[in-house]
Design a protein around this ligand. Sequence first.
Ligand code: SF4
Length: 169
Amino acid sequence: MIESLPQFVPQQACLSCDGCCRFKEADSCWRPYVAPEEARSKGRLAEALAKDIDENNYIKTAEEKGCFHCAFFHPADHVCHVYAIRPFECRLYPFLLTKEKNLPAVSVHLSCPYVQEHEHDGSFKRYVRALKEYFRQGNVLKFVLRNPSLAKRYPQHENEIKHLFTLVQ
Ligand code: SF4
């Protein structure tokens, strides 16, 4: 497993928000995608995922009162049941692996309220610098390159996404 990634959004801010882990559609593009390597691993994540991942490696959703949420999300207490071992994509959010001119890139999802609040302050700039260093580590970059489907396009949401940097030149 690759090194853990420090979170940009404090846990308390996440817990008080009702955006993440919930989706408008059962097959939303925002459902967590699990890298094949993560799904194939022998660890607790793979075991937890065994019945809750679909044929395209997206975590299945569950419906409640006409809304959908990640199969691992517990809406009553806003808790992720696999938080400590959640997929890479969940750990990276509100940053996203995207494609810029066909190269893997890192972007930020501007819909996150914490990003909206901090996008122009020093904490955001410092985190982006740390993120660049993180992805420069050979094993992290290799993990992304071995699992190319992690870098996605969001054609319906371009106005919510801001490109930050590409991972390879
Ligand atoms: S795995 Fe956990 S963090 Fe990721 S979307 Fe599901 S509930 Fe949220």
